[in-house]
Design a protein around this ligand. Sequence first.
Ligand code: KG4
Ligand code: ZN
Length: 344
Amino acid sequence: MKKIKNTLFSNKPVTINDNSLIMAIESSCDETACAIVKGGREVLANVVASQIKTHEKFGGVIPEIAAREHLEAVNVVVEEAFKQAGVNGNDITAFAGTVGPGLVGCLLVGMNAAKSLALAYDKPFIGINHLNAHLAANFIDTDLEPPFIALLVSGGHTQIIEMKSYSELSIIGETIDDAVGETYDKVARLIGLPYPGGPKLDKMANEGNPQAFKLPEGKVDGYNFSFSGLKTASLRLVKSFTDKNLPLPLADICASFQECVSSTLYKKVKHALEETGYKQVVLAGGVAANSEIRRKIFSLQDLGYKVFAPQMKYCTDNASMVASAAFFFEHTFDNIDVEVFSRV
Ligand code: KG4
Ligand code: ZN
């Protein structure tokens, strides 16, 4: 049970318990999302408006255009969430919003919409770190409790996190250069797959031979990662065909790339589990939707570990995970004055 005291008008302490309904808004990148979650685990409404169609034309997210689209979509997703859950603003215990990391203009739209709702209904506002939200996606519809080791793989981050309790969370390893999702998207673009390339590369990889080409795994100490060498090696591999005007063996390149990434992640996670002695592991972030990364991490079950990964719809950006983080995490920004931030 958690007490929050930041209602602006009455300043009355609000208790969050298993019956509490939290409405959250997520707008850190190219999805405008709103959700209502009961007791941190039960999703009553999950609405996502994706901007993929808009950004496809440019081959990536254009921040100004994204912010404008959030502005157009935010009221629509909020209304739809109220309708899906069959509740109104007075039934909500607290309003949450992602405050960072992400695109500043985009974050401002969602966070201020959530703050406005909190002010209008005289309820607390809870600011959420987007990365904590990705972790919290694992609490939805499960009985997961800390302690655990988490592998967080998204468009901008690649981290191994030790979560001892709801208030003790530390990053024990991270990428020293590119994030996994970023590497997927760059290599996908290189071989001509349209934005967002990650899921398309994943699909194509399933039709190829993962042993066709040997690509280098980044050699970094401890639980850290490096993917820039793999990116350069993939570029060279592609060039070795295009220079000779040969057709690209697309499926084999994708499968070999996916094998390299997934085995690097698997080895580091296994190492972290062995050294720390944790018995539970969770997968989080947009790239947690990847078929081969999921398969390898779930194979840790054969070694006696309990493995969790969010359902597909809660892997990529959504607001249910934000509401769940607002419910479970001790370190939130329970302050109406909090500002957005672009990087951790
Ligand atoms: O977590 P997310 O929705 O946004 C960030 O917080 O960054 O993650 C988006 C990233 C993109 O790079 C996208 O290409 C990647 O996740 N992604 C995938 C797959 N699905 C999404 N990468 C590889 N395989 C997938 N199936
Ligand atoms: Zn994300």
